[in-house]
Ligand binder design. Structure first.
Ligand code: GLN
Length: 448
């Protein structure tokens, strides 16, 4: 593996890309990372893009039947910026439908974990994590609402970085929940993450929530562990996380344990807010505007929309129904407004705890499950597994998941969070970590 500049300096020729695409197509038959592979890539550092981010001329479905056939005529701002810096586009990666999921199972094409195909790849950016885990020189542009970058990155043994809300323009993103969605990046090293983030970020006239704020690199030696979060972690993960903390103490960090009020309400607050927003962002899929065309215009209004919208998957339907209920005038103050208050309280207490420290936690509270076991969990049991990734996402704070151990051959990640716009600091932390810890991969497609 090399950095982007090394790769560009070597400027591999047509044969390299030819072989890369052929090997990738073969691996993809087993692992399902890509919805589309760009067979005509012929130059540039290979970058894949999650299927809810628009790349001109390539179908963008967000893994939904409702968007089948939608081919955007424009690039998302982040994609346009990467192309203008000479990055090459290698393909679109599969995901949970519209980002609704934790395991990559809520979709027709399910990515598989490259360390063992029986296991889930994590979600919702499942394909991005698998692509990153199997391609040597590559980065993946992905997106997180409540943990969709950290979780699959942890399960597939790669670095996954979610920036401050607003640091990267969302123009060209197929929305899940506008107040929570963030475009970020996965790679096999923190330095590649930094380079790609720096190319994508910055204000954009096309997204009024994109920010002009300076990105800082204020590093801390102190690490904070939140007691309430740790109490949800399964024993094997906890043991290995504690040995990580010891190791970091040996490298000059100090570890403090703190209590944080409302942190265990974060999952509930997140699902209330995200479903309320999702039920409105999905209203635009009606069967005649984007993607899927219902074409039975002779039908009555209600019949037409009910039939057209039957094409949403089960989890999307669940969220439309619950989200619509939550927004109802008679229950709004009972759920939605309360959730907003909890969100505010969590932002304040996290910011306070991180004045001179980073928050560190396992990325996922359990070991990566087999797909057959994950399928047996109820929706509420699945939602609860987002307990580590939801707090920084709800707060819009930058965080990074990095591999730190392998249990029975499966990778496991830890997550580091910092305050708004201090994004470079968590990337720097992982750059330091990588100096003494080598990541393992099962595939090395396109190595130089
Ligand atoms: N698992 C969370 C959800 O389903 C987060 C997914 C995401 O970040 N898109 O909402």
């Amino acid at each position: 593996m090399s950095g982007i500049k090394d790769f560009q300096a070597r400027a591999p020729g047509a044969d390299y890309y030819h072989e890369l695409v052929a090997e990738l197509a073969e691996a993809n038959r087993e692992l399902n990372a890509f919805a589309v592979i760009n067979e005509s890539i012929s130059k540039g550092f290979p970058v894949s893009v999650k299927d809810n981010i628009c790349v001109s001329g390539f179908e963008a479905t967000a893994s939904s039947r409702m968007l089948k056939g939608y081919v955007p005529p424009f690039d998302a701002t982040c994609v346009a910026r990467l192309k203008s810096k000479g990055m090459g586009f290698i393909g679109k990666t599969v995901m949970d439908e519209f980002g609704f999921g934790t395991f990559g199972l809520n979709c027709d094409i399910r990515a598989r974990n490259p360390f063992d195909k029986e296991y889930v790849a994590g979600g919702s950016s499942s394909g991005s994590a698998v692509a990153t885990s199997i391609i040597s020189n590559h980065a993946s542009v992905s997106e997180s609402t409540g943990g969709s970058i950290s979780t699959p990155a942890s399960m597939c043994g790669v670095v996954g970085f979610t920036p401050t809300y607003g640091a990267v323009s969302r123009y060209g993103l197929i929305d899940y929940a506008n107040s929570l969605d963030k475009i970020g990046v996965m790679a096999r090293s923190a330095s590649i993450v930094r380079e790609v983030f720096d190319m994508m970020r910055g204000p954009d006239d096309m997204d009024s929530t994109s920010s002009k704020s300076q990105i800082t690199d204020n590093r801390h030696k102190k690490l904070v562990v939140v007691n309430q979060l740790l109490s949800n972690v399964d024993p094997a993960v906890r043991k290995s996380f504690e040995s990580l903390l010891h190791k970091l103490e040996g490298e000059g960090h100090s570890v403090d344990y703190v209590d944080m009020h409302f942190i265990n309400d974060a999952v509930r607050a997140y699902y209330i807010i995200s479903m309320a927003e999702a039920s409105t962002t999905l209203a635009r899929y009606t069967g005649y505007k984007y993607g899927y065309q219902h074409e039975k215009f002779e039908e009555k209004y209600n019949q037409f929309f009910s039939e057209a919208r039957e094409n949403f998957g089960l989890e999307a339907k669940r969220r439309i129904v619950l989200g619509t209920f939550i927004r109802g005038a008679n229950v709004r103050s009972r759920y939605y407004y309360k959730a907003l208050k909890i969100r505010r309280a969590i932002i304040d207490s996290m910011a306070k705890a991180m004045k001179d420290a980073f928050i560190i936690s396992p990325t996922v509270p359990i070991r990566t499950p087999k797909a057959s076991d994950a399928e047996r969990l109820s929706p509420v049991e699945v939602y609860a597994l987002d307990s580590m990734t939801i707090p920084p996402n709800l707060a819009g704070m930058p965080h990074i998941s990095f591999p730190y151990d392998y249990i029975d051959g499966m990778p496991i990640g830890a997550q580091l969070t910092t305050t708004h716009f201090n994004d470079h600091a968590v990337i720097s932390f992982v750059e330091e970590w990588e100096k003494a810890f080598s990541y393992r991969f099962k595939y090395n497609i396109g190595s130089l």
